[in-house]
Structures are given as structure tokens and as C-alpha cells.
Design a protein. Structure first.
Ligand SMILES: Nc1ncnc2c1ncn2[C@@H]1O[C@H](COP(=O)(O)OP(=O)(O)O)[C@@H](O)[C@H]1O
Ligand SMILES: [Mg+2]
Length: 307
């Protein structure tokens, strides 16, 4: 549904996004994760045809980003919630949505119907005639989501939709994103909230100007974060050491504790423990350590060695 190939954006001498290649399937929630200044907003603005790309290719549902004729088609297919929501503060919730609905040429009856549907979905229906200037941050964020949905687009781009929201408002927004997924919409989510990404996303890209990793949260945790099994023995005998060495493991030994770095501990642990037992080892405890998305993220963003 969303494709980018070697997508690059330069602002003068500064490369904001470098050679980004990614693919988002229909109905998927894709999370673009990265620190401030990583190029997340720039990426989304290019994909939404709001700024030009410097190099590379991108398409939404097969329509080319950067092609004038396709840009109109793309705009009808996508909804965008920018990081700075930019609503008309002097207008009511209803009038904000009505205005955008007209911009998108949504016919009168349909517009009315959509406004009611999205406002009810977001618990804002009661506030439809209230001036947006009086809304809390959470309510404004929800209204921005409603606005992005006014023309019922199959694809949504959300730029840090829960930044600066209190936990309760964040949860409402997250639940709503999951609701949108149930409706089979494709969602491209910028965030620097790791927990949010792990909970919501089918696939995550870690960006720091260039893409550092791409995969499901589980894949990133397993492949990038680096996991290890720690075996605490009563006594690390020569026989046990030799048995472990024969398995050619990447391990460190401190006193009677062996730490073994493994790609897939759940799968490899039983063979390792078998070897330990056969060599007469007595195990006090075993544990799998590492492996959070945070480990993976920090490792990649800090540009530490990637194998
Ligand atoms: N219009 C612009 N002109 C010049 N530099 C920009 C512009 N927009 C963004 N940048 C720069 O591009 C880089 C990426 O910014 P941005 O995409 O906003 O990152 P993020 O959304 O991940 O925080 C930053 O170094 C930022 O200062
Ligand atoms: Mg941003």
C-alpha cells in the first residue's frame, strides 16, 4: 500500500532522510521510530505530497508521489494528522470538520454522516458545537484524527499523535488507532514512544536519517537487541566448561555464572542445558535476558556496531 525506494530529502546541505526504502502492506500499522530530528516528519510530509523529494521513488496504492496528476488521487486516499494539529480555534468542532469535508469534496449528506460517525467514535459528539479554542490538548488531538478521517481514507499518516498527551488521552488515541486497524485501514505512525510502537505496530522501522532496522517488534527485539541465556551453576566444573566449549557458543564466564549470547534462546536453551546436565553440572537457575525493543532501539540509534 505504501512504498518507498531510496527516498531522500535534502534541505540545502543537510540530508534529513537518506535512502529510505520501506514497504507497508494494506491493513498494517507501520511505526516509524526515531529520536528528534531523525527525519520522521520529513518522511511523512514527502509521502503525503506536502514537500518534494530530492531523490528516490515513493508510491501510495500504486500512485506516484511526486507526479502532479497522481498527487490529487493520493490526497483522496490518505488522511494526515500533523504533529502540530492546526485546527481553527474560533470554529466549533463540527464546523472544523465541515470545512475540511468540503475541501475534500465530500458531498453534503455524506459529510454530515461522516462528521457524526467520527465524532461519536471519538466521544466528541456532545462537543460538536463547542469552539475548538476551549478544547483540551487531548480533545484537539482527537478532533485532528476526526478531521483526517472526514473523507473516509483507507490510509492514515499520524505524526506523533500521542506526544504531549496525558496517559488517559494517549490511551484513547491508541485504542482509536487499533479501532482504525480493525476497519482495515493502513496506518503509518511516527512516534518516539517505544512502548506505543511495540503495542500498536505490526512492523517497525527505526530511522535516524537512514533506516537502521526494519521488522516486527519481536524480530527487532530478537535480532537486534541481542539476547542471552544466563546459567547459574552450583559449581562450574572443567567438564561443564568443556561441554559448553564444544557447542561453540559466544559466552562469558564469571565465577559460576555463564552468559551465552543467543539468537533464539527459547529454541537453543534445551540443547545447552542437556549438555550441562550430561557433564554433571548442577544448575541453580537460568534466565533469558536482554531483548527489549528499547535495547534494540538504543543500540541502533547510538550507531553501535550492527552485525
Ligand atoms: N523545512 C526545513 N528546512 C530545513 N531543515 C529542515 C526542515 N524540516 C526539517 N529539517 C531538518 O531535517 C531534520 C529532520 O527533521 P524532522 O523530519 O522534523 O525530524 P523528526 O520528525 O524525526 O523529529 C532535522 O535536522 C530538521 O532540522
Ligand atoms: Mg517530527
Amino acid at each position: 500500500m505504501i512504498d518507498a525506494e531510496n527516498l531522500t530529502k535534502k534541505f540545502g546541505n543537510l540530508t534529513a532522510v537518506d535512502n529510505l526504502t520501506l514497504h507497508v502492506d494494506e491493513g498494517e500499522i507501520f511505526g516509524l521510530l526515531g529520536p528528534n530530528g531523525a527525519g520522521k516528519t520529513t518522511t511523512v510530509r514527502m509521502l503525503c505530497c506536502l514537500i518534494s523529494k530530492t531523490e528516490g521513488k515513493a508510491s501510495i496504492a500504486g500512485y506516484d508521489v511526486g507526479n502532479e496528476a497522481d498527487a490529487l488521487k493520493i490526497r483522496k486516499l490518505i488522511g494526515f494528522v500533523p504533529d502540530n494539529v492546526g485546527l481553527y480555534e474560533a470554529l466549533s468542532a463540527n464546523d472544523n470538520l465541515d470545512f475540511y469535508g468540503k475541501l475534500y469534496d465530500v458531498p453534503d449528506a455524506k459529510r454530515k454522516e461522516n462528521i457524526e460517525r467520527v465524532l461519536k467514535m471519538l466521544d466528541l459528539w456532545e462537543k460538536k458545537d463547542v469552539m475548538v479554542g476551549t478544547f483540551s490538548k487531548g480533545m484537539k488531538q482527537k478532533l485532528a484524527l476526526a478531521r483526517a478521517l472526514i473523507h473516509d481514507p483507507p490510509v492514515l499518516f499520524l505524526d506523533e499523535p500521542t506526544a504531549n498527551l496525558d496517559p488517559e488521552a494517549s490511551k484513547t488515541v491508541r485504542d482509536f488507532i487499533l479501532e482504525l486497524k480493525k476497519q482495515k485501514r493502513t496506518i503509518f505512525l511516527n512516534t518516539h514512544n517505544l512502548d506505543e510502537a511495540r503495542r500498536l505496530c505490526d512492523k517497525i522501522g527505526i530511522l535516524n536519517t537512514s533506516l537502521r532496522a526494519l521488522g516486527s517488534p519481536q524480530e527487532l527485539e530478537n535480532n537486534v537487541g541481542g539476547r542471552a541465556t544466563v546459567i547459574q551453576l552450583e559449581q562450574l566444573t572443567d567438564a561443564v566448561q568443556e561441554a559448553l566449549r564444544n557447542l561453540r557458543l559466544d559466552m562469558t564466564i564469571i565465577e559460576n555464572r555463564v552468559t551465552i549470547r543467543l539468537a533464539n534462546p527459547e529454541k537453543e536453551n534445551s540443547a545447552i542445558l542437556d549438555a550441562v546436565f550430561r557433564a554433571g553440572g548442577r544448575v541453580q537457575s537460568t534466565a533469558i535476558v536482554g531483548s527489549t525493543l528499547e535495547d534494540a532501539y538504543l543500540k541502533l540509534v547510538r550507531k553501535e556496531a550492527i552485525e
